[in-house]
Design a protein around this ligand. Structure first.
Ligand SMILES: NC(=O)c1ccc[n+]([C@@H]2O[C@H](COP(=O)([O-])OP(=O)(O)OC[C@H]3O[C@@H](n4cnc5c(N)ncnc54)[C@H](O)[C@@H]3O)[C@@H](O)[C@H]2O)c1
Length: 343
């Protein structure tokens, strides 16, 4: 049994508590949150167990700990990572690792220097729809991809009690909190690295966010693949919109919902062919698969997936978008990585 400390008991931490509690290979050894209210709510929801207001206090009190899952906001994580490294505890940390590529790069270096595994919580990689799309592309069901359009539209009410609210005052909330998943998925599904981007981010007049809530970006990936991205947190319709369409040499692949709805069609076919996907419990099924991969690495020695080092390449896409939007110029991802010493 892997004894896990879960730190951060907000919206995401409560998904994690369910996943760890339901795992046959792990136990929820302790809960950590500086908010007494969050701790009390989690104890009521997931049962009495050791509870602490900091990771340091939990590690001082507990002997038998094997890993830490960190679901606090992506600020000031360094002290916790240093504590985990001092105890040689593997870490599974929510995305984005930090709100700055340089800081993220430092955190990865700290863990690597200590020989501690650091996995990032990129749960969307583990959706059945993502895996199926990756297979369609690998098997060239409709040939090889040449360009794509990724559209994510939402009116995200940052004041809703079941959503985190710190993005309301962040710089670039859409990019750091949401687009990071989309950019990571592009790299993962297409198995190619991005080369350059031209981007604009902006806030519409009705935005409730202090920083830019909307992003449009045109990426070029290795092999000439173009991906045209529009991600908005402040569209002006509460009903969400999603389509990720990949145009390939023999036809298209179209994902029409964030968590499923996968189709393909050859050029002359009038109807889309649906791809059968297994039933899915949102936020739980894919997080369980992510957690299984973490346990497989820590306990069975399987290769570490979603490593912190790999994550830096997706974070570089964000930084490139921010730079491009500020300067009005195209930005090469390699230059961003070189400036942070990552190339
Ligand atoms: N992978 C996903 O699908 C997904 C979904 C939502 C959020 N997230 C990520 O999860 C992280 C947390 O987001 P959230 O929505 O749960 O935010 P939230 O604001 O709802 O909850 C964060 C919790 O962390 C606690 N906290 C703050 N500092 C802490 C510390 N030092 N130690 C322990 N706990 C601390 C807060 O008191 C709060 O209870 C973020 O990185 C976010 O991007 C990921």
């Amino acid at each position: 049994m892997l004894n896990v400390i879960l730190a951060g008991l907000g919206v995401r931490g409560r998904h994690w508590a369910q996943v760890i509690q339901r795992s046959k290979r792990a136990a929820l050894a302790a809960l950590v949150d500086p908010s007494a209210e969050a701790l009390a709510r989690a104890l009521a929801e997931f049962g009495e167990r050791p509870a602490f207001n900091s990771v340091a206090a939990a590690l001082d009190a507990l002997e038998d700990v094997d890993a830490i899952v960190l679901a606090n906001p992506p600020m000031r994580r360094e002290d916790i990572i240093l504590l985990a490294c001092a105890r040689n505890l593997p870490l599974l940390i929510e995305k984005p690792l930090a709100l700055d590529l340089e800081e993220a790069s430092r955190l990865v270096a700290i863990a690597e220097a200590a020989g501690v595994s650091l996995m990032v919580g990129l749960n969307f990689r583990y959706l059945a729809v993502t895996q199926a799309k990756r297979r369609l592309l690998a098997e060239r069901t409709v040939g090889a991809v040449e360009f794509a359009r990724f559209t994510y539209e939402r009116w995200r009410d940052g004041r809703r009690p079941d959503l985190n609210d710190y993005p309301l005052v962040m710089d670039q909330p859409m990019l750091w909190e949401q687009s990071i998943h989309h950019f990571d998925l592009m790299r993962y599904v297409y198995r190619r690295e991005p080369l350059q981007v031209q981007c604009q981010s902006w806030n519409p007049s009705w935005s409730m966010y202090a920083g830019d809530s909307n992003v449009a970006a045109l990426f070029e990936f290795e092999g000439g693949l173009r991906v045209n991205y529009q991600g908005v947190w402040q569209g002006n319709w509460a009903a969400p919109g999603f389509e990720w369409r990949s145009d390939c040499t023999d036809g298209i692949i179209s994902q029409r919902e964030e968590f499923g709805a996968l189709f393909y069609a050859r050029r002359d076919e009038t109807a889309l062919t649906p791809v059968a996907l297994p039933p899915h419990e949102r936020w739980i099924s894919e997080t369980r698969a992510l957690f299984d991969a973490f346990v497989g690495h820590v306990v069975d020695g399987a290769v570490l997936q979603c490593s912190g080092r790999d994550h830096l390449r997706s974070l570089a896409m964000l930084e490139a978008c921010i730079q491009s939007s500020a300067s009005g110029s195209r930005v090469h991802i390699r230059d961003v990585l070189t400036r942070t010493g990552e190339f």
